[in-house]
Design a protein. Structure first.
Lengths: 332, 502, 334
């Protein structure tokens, strides 16, 4: 009945999971070797810092996405989440500037607070739609994606917002290490801890593995799933504001398509789309590192900027293909 | 209630969709005893346990647990009261460790909301040692064999201060060694911990080995409960099946022809371990067995719904090379699955669509367009022929029909193809008496026309009433066959239970 | 038994009708409201615009309906638009067959062919590799749009490829052939509708989308059907690429960047269920008209173009709620 039911004996069971688990390092290694041979400037500390810096804001989003993926959900609104957050932050900054308040520590605190709160709010909406109203996550977040975009465009009058002041944090560094990288590492450590060492983290893993059993043992699925989306939204918001600072301006196509970057990186890092399996440390980091390295390396090669999209598509295809080989559900 | 009774069930009754499933059950469970619960499929064991476990509510009667009224409204209630139910589907998470699974709903936390792993592991290790779990606290459930997983599930139950643990066919997926470990564990549970055990199984040897008392259910009534010492296997079998065969089954005049279908050495995993059978034209052959015998797995392989590992099928003189539903249908075979909701019907679709599902292929004309008049006519014919009670077949959804009518729709979609070989898996399950009879008549009608019928059922009586021959399966093999003249309830049950012993 | 009588009584029938044809009613309502309140709505110019704009996503939405009927989704259709446009334009303007009589046929063949190939890749990914359609098509979308942009940058100085044969543009409604694209789109929609509602294949699509296991046991070719669905979606996207390229009179690698949400919204708001097994091409057509009307009205009323993103998001949400609601409560005969 099946055209292909099992892979040839050699690859099944032993080799494949091993390959999948460590293959990503291999790919990363190969990429690094390849790029350093084509451009001597690639393998420098300075370039490494640039790569890390570029990767960081999105990487923060990847951490959040891991929680949503682990309960077999998905959130495609993160890109527009970032856009909304950046836009609102831009507006806040303009009014703070007018009031002469911009530049103080307090103003920065407010800015980042807004980012996280707005992001969390959007995440909360997603959480309610999926957990409480049982909407298909894909459709629900597709809708919120549109709504977030709409709100952002209305609020910002679809004009470009210049946010150079954000660069203070986004582009700054301490002791040669960019702030954003530090933030990413800290958040990765914190949330990896949440996932692996707190009851919440264990319970979301359980929900992803077997929602029916989770219900039976008394896990509060609604609440846990809601929180997952909340976390994803909040972190996406933070990533958004940090990214805006790096770009320097928030135009209409800011963060466009970032959701796919985030999802790709998560899957590449070992988080399964089907739930029950996630890796933040080192998974999310490796995933975003790989994706960003490819961009960086290809830019240094003067490769056509479009080629990277192709390569990324190819890699995520392979990553998910491997993920899917264990999938026993319906063909949809 | 007597001092040593931990649970008392008084006059428990339950009906589903108008059919009474439990008729006034009175049963007491003593503290620290192992009570065996036996009965045929459909005797009411699962329903009774579901009532006890809070999965379904009872219609009448009362329950007392440790002297106080017990009215669980959910499995959580029952669990809290001290009743643990070890199902065949374990509630374990394969991506978490043994320790995490045991404590999943009450993970110990410390500073920074962290799980106190050291403490948890130590505690888990205690239980592991106490119950002989062959794993470490940090082993992932996913890497453990079934037997060990079951022990973890049992451990969970004991930890929750279970007073009564119900085991539902626990040994179906266990190896002999694992079974022995389980029995040792059960022994300790009731001797050392004073936990009462209700052990449901159809493996009478096990029941006799483990249990202090044995209760027998039949057709929703408690036929008898006695000390094991006072019972023997034949006595239990007699209680399980000793009913008056008062049902009259439709008879039909027909001739049985030559062998048309032959299966040789069909193997599939541990469920089907080398089955061979021969079926003749016009013959209605029954396939009886208890849960886990492998009947459904066998027939699914025969039709290609699941893959058989090895085996040879010859149909009408031709060796079948590839076995898929499509191929089998083309050869003239039909298959009514056990689960009509999941695999038999398109529930949200109209009855008409369901009735033509198989035959649609032959109702096409130019460019693959479906001939609507023909479609409607065939559907109407099926409705008429089978007596399906539906007012507007082209509008009414399949799910709106009663169980009996739904089953007729499933039969109807196949019959319209006039198959020469019919495999039916529990075709009268969940069907009311009236519809059952109509279905028997339909089956008889097909046999009269020369078709071959393989009739899988857990209802011995109907097989005895309708079939020309009955094959009995046990442990993945056909362990016995009886001709009509040899039909004997106890003999059939004896075979189904393994056939060994007196 | 109550539901049966409810559904066959007059009131029940009315309620059923209202819910299942809600999109049509909505559409009429919208049209009426627009005619009354939107300035310049009923002008010839505007109606003409409306028709042409609806064609922009009509064919591709109809194609994707097939995939949604199976509970899946096809992200790559927009990449097919881009790739088709770019490669097709190149064929007609820069390739060896450019400026010959073969240019247009070859171009069209190229565009449709790309759709077929992408559809086949998606189909294989879903059926053989068992990848969920949304991720498989996501990957092909990324690769595809990357290829489109990269190829365009190779062969064109600016972002788009121009210099296509003028006679090709009639497929876009140029030179008074206003109705040609409309006719083509309608024809294809009718073809798709015919396929789904009258042929055996169509029945298989609905059956597989409703209950693949029952379909399998009943002898329907489940894998073949799912594969073909994906191919059809790609094919229709390819045809849309032809129409779009003709309308834009150039090969544009960024084609389709903004329309994905319109396509999905059209299908969902039209009433096709994301769970599979229920819906139709007609509903998608109404959905497309509705979305186009919405865009048009928003424009005419002078509302900023970006408000519409918000409105669409809300509408998708509402449609999703109705979808879940009707699945649970089961008011409509699906």
């Amino acid at each position: 009945m099946d055209a292909v039911t099992t892979l040839p004996r050699l690859s099944s069971r032993r080799l494949l999971p091993l390959l999948y688990q460590y293959g990503i390092y291999l790919v990363l290694g190969v990429m690094i070797v390849y790029f350093s041979t084509t451009n001597p400037n690639f393998l420098t500390v300075r370039n490494a810092m640039i790569v890390l810096q570029q990767a960081a804001p999105i990487g923060i989003g990847v951490i959040g996405m891991a929680f949503v993926l682990v309960v077999a959900g998905i959130d495609i609104s993160v890109g527009q989440n970032m856009f909304l957050v950046a836009t609102l932050v831009g507006i806040a900054m303009r009014s703070m500037e007018a009031a002469g308040y911009l530049g103080t520590v307090g103003s920065y605190a407010i800015i980042y607070a807004i980012a996280i709160v707005v992001g969390a709010l959007l995440g909360a909406v997603n959480g309610i739609l999926v957990a409480r109203f049982q909407l298909v996550p894909f459709i629900a977040t597709l809708a919120t994606m549109g709504i977030a975009r709409g709100v952002a465009l209305i609020a910002g009058n679809s004009k470009v917002a210049f946010v150079p002041k954000l660069g203070v944090i986004s582009n700054g560094s301490i002791g040669g290490v960019p702030y954003v990288v530090i933030t990413l590492l800290v958040l990765a450590i914190v949330f990896d801890y949440v996932l692996r060492r707190t009851p919440y983290g264990r319970q979301v893993m359980a929900i992803g593995a077997d929602p029916v059993a989770a219900q039976k043992v008394g896990i509060r699925i609604d609440r846990d799933v809601f929180l997952a989306y909340l976390i994803c939204g909040a972190l996406a918001g933070l990533g958004g504001v940090l990214s805006a600072g790096q770009v320097g301006a928030v135009a209409v196509y800011f963060a466009d398509g970032n959701e796919f970057l985030v999802i790709s990186a998560a899957v590449l890092g070992g988080t399964s789309l089907f739930g029950g399996k996630a890796s933040i440390l080192p998974g999310a980091l490796i995933g975003i590192l790989l994706v960003t390295t490819i961009v960086n390396g290809m830019t240094m090669m003067n490769a056509s900027p479009y080629a990277y999209k192709i390569v990324r598509g190819g890699i995520i295809f392979l990553a998910v293909m491997v993920d899917s080989l264990n999938y026993k559900g319906e063909l949809r | 209630m007597p001092a040593d009774d931990v649970l008392t069930l008084r006059n428990i009754t339950k009906s589903f969709f108008g059919a009474q499933v439990l008729h006034g059950i009175n049963l007491a469970v003593r503290r620290g005893e192992v009570l065996g619960l036996v009965g045929e499929n459909g005797a009411g064991k699962s329903t009774l346990m579901n009532v006890l476990g809070g999965v379904v509510s009872r219609d009448g009667g009362s329950m007392e647990l440790k002297g106080s009224p017990f009215e669980p409204t959910s499995p959580r209630d029952a669990l809290k009261a001290g009743i643990a139910f070890i199902h065949q589907e374990l509630s374990l998470f394969s991506n978490l460790t043994v320790a995490e699974n045991i404590f999943i709903d009450e993970l110990p936390t410390g500073p920074l909301w962290s799980v106190q792993y050291a403490q948890m592991r130590a505690k888990a290790q205690e239980y592991i040692d106490a119950f002989g779990v062959e794993a470490t606290p940090v082993t992932k459930i996913g890497s453990l064999p079934m037997g060990v997983r079951q022990t973890v599930e049992i451990t969970k139950a004991v930890i929750k201060n279970a007073e009564i643990i119900i085991f539902d066919e626990p040994t179906t997926s266990l190896s002999q060694k694992e079974k022995e470990s389980l029995f040792k564990l059960i022994d300790r549970l009731h001797h050392e911990y004073g936990i009462s055990i209700i052990y449901i199984s159809h493996i009478l040897e096990d029941v006799f080995a483990l249990c202090d008392r044995i209760a027998v259910l039949r057709d929703g009534s408690l036929v008898g409960v006695d000390d094991r010492a006072r019972l023997d296997k034949p006595a239990v079998i007699r209680m399980m099946v000793g009913r008056d065969l008062s049902q009259v089954y439709p008879k039909v005049e027909k001739t049985i022809g030559d062998v048309v279908y032959e299966a040789r050495d069909v193997v599939q995993g541990r469920a089907v371990r080398g089955v061979s059978l021969e079926l003749r034209a016009g013959e209605i052959v029954g396939l009886f067995g208890l849960m886990g015998a492998g009947r459904t797995e066998l027939v699914r392989c025969l039709f290609g719904v699941d893959r058989m590992e090895s085996g040879q099928i010859t149909f009408r003189g031709r060796k079948l090379r590839s076995i898929t539903p499509e191929d089998c249908i083309r050869q003239g075979m039909a298959f009514v699955t056990e689960d009509r909701r999941q695999e038999g019907l398109f529930m949200p679709k109209p009855v008409k669509d369901n009735l033509v599902a198989v035959g649609l292929r032959h109702m096409t004309g130019l460019l693959g367009m479906v001939k609507r008049p023909q479609e409607t006519a065939e559907a109407a014919k099926a409705v008429g022929d089978l007596g399906i009670r539906v007012q507007h077949p082209e509008r009414q959804q399949a799910k709106s029909l009663s169980g009996g009518n739904q089953q007729k729709v499933v039969l109807g979609k196949w019959i319209s193809q006039q198959p020469t070989m019919f495999i039916l898996d529990e075709p009268t399950r969940g069907v009311d008496v009236g519809a059952k009879h109509e279905i028997y008549e339909i089956i008889n009608g097909m046999a009269k026309k020369g078709a071959t019928v393989l009739f899988v059922s857990s209802e011995m009586e109907e097989l005895m009433g309708v079939c020309d021959r009955i094959l009995v399966m046990h442990g993945g093999k056909i362990i016995g066959a009886l001709e009509r003249s040899e039909y004997h309830q106890e003999r059939i049950m004896h075979l189904a239970l393994g056939g060994r012993g007196s | 038994m109550d539901t049966i009588t409810a559904r066959t009584s007059t009131l029940g029938r009315l309620r059923s009708f209202v819910l299942s044809e809600s999109i049509l009613l909505l559409l009429l309502l919208m049209f009426g409201a627009a005619a009354l309140f939107a300035p310049g709505f009923l002008s010839l110019f505007n109606i003409k615009n409306l028709l042409l704009q609806s064609v922009d996503i009509m064919v591709i939405s109809v194609g994707m309906t097939f995939v949604l009927l199976n509970g899946g989704i096809d992200f790559s259709c927009v990449a097919v638009l881009a790739m088709g446009s770019v490669f097709g334009a190149w064929t007609m303007a820069r390739s060896p067959v450019a400026n010959t009589f073969l240019a247009i046929p070859a171009g069209i063949l190229m565009m449709v062919g790309i759709g077929l190939v992408v559809g086949a890749i998606n189909g294989l990914s879903v059926v053989v590799l068992k990848m969920p359609s949304f991720i498989a098509t996501l990957a092909t979308m990324m690769v595809g749009s990357g290829v489109a942009v990269w190829f365009a940058s190779l062969v064109a100085e600016k972002a788009s490829i121009i210099g296509l044969p003028e006679s090709f543009f009639i497929l876009g409604g140029d030179q008074g052939y206003i109705l040609l694209p409309v006719v083509i789109a309608v024809a294809l929609a009718l073809l798709a509708h015919w396929l789904l509602s009258t042929t055996l294949f169509g029945r298989w699509v609905y059956a597989v989308g409703t209950n693949p296991r029952a379909a399998f046991v009943s002898g329907m070719p489940v894998k073949r059907t799912v594969f073909l669905l994906m191919v059809l979606s790609g094919l229709f996207a390819g045809v849309q690429s032809v129409l779009a390229t003709a309308r834009n009179q150039a090969g544009i690698p960024s084609l389709g960047d903004r329309v994905f949400i319109d396509i999905v919204a059209s299908i969902i708001i039209g009433g096709t269920s994301v769970f599979g097994g229920s819906g139709s091409v007609i509903k998608t057509v109404y959905g497309v008209l509705f979305i186009t009307l919405l865009n048009n009205v928003v424009n005419l009323l002078g509302i900023e173009w970006y408000v519409i993103s918000l409105i669409k998001g809300v509408l998708v949400l509402v449609a999703a709620f109705i979808d879940v609601f009707s699945k649970r409560v089961d008011l409509v005969q699906r």
